[in-house]
Design a protein. Structure first.
Length: 131
């Protein structure tokens, strides 16, 4: 399987999806079902990081899957960060964010995993100072 999902920290506050080469939509949604089952075991909020650094392109039909992907977010999801994929993925990501509407502020694209972790830390820091 070229899509994996695991908790990325001992507190189960970051769910990491790793997309390898030549993944399929079926693999992605199978991993998403596993991720949903994992998040159902926690009562606190969490962030999702999608590691796309080793990915090459998207399978056919990306735009037709955008609404299904957007519905994967639940009330405990603080944010979803896509890491990697280059400028072509950023272009599609921007289109996806436009389609998601009200939840657009919960999505971010960054160039690599280090920036993804920095984004999570900054978001959580801002949430603490706002409280």
């Amino acid at each position: 399987m070229t899509v994996r999902v695991d908790w990325d920290d001992p507190d189960h506050s970051i769910l990491l999806y790793s997309l390898g080469r030549n993944w399929t939509w079926d693999e992605l949604f199978e991993a998403a079902d596993k991720g949903i089952a994992m998040t159902d075991t926690v009562s606190h909020n969490f962030c999702v990081i999608v590691d796309y650094q080793s990915g090459q392109g998207l399978p056919p039909g990306a735009i037709t899957h955008f609404s299904r992907i957007a519905r994967l977010m639940n009330t405990q999801t603080e944010m979803v960060i896509v890491a990697g994929g280059g400028t072509w993925l950023l272009s599609l990501f921007n289109l996806f964010v436009l389609i998601t509407g009200n939840n657009a502020s919960k999505y971010a694209w960054v160039s690599d995993l280090d920036k993804a972790y920095s984004t999570v830390a900054a978001r959580r820091s801002a949430s603490i100072t706002e409280a």
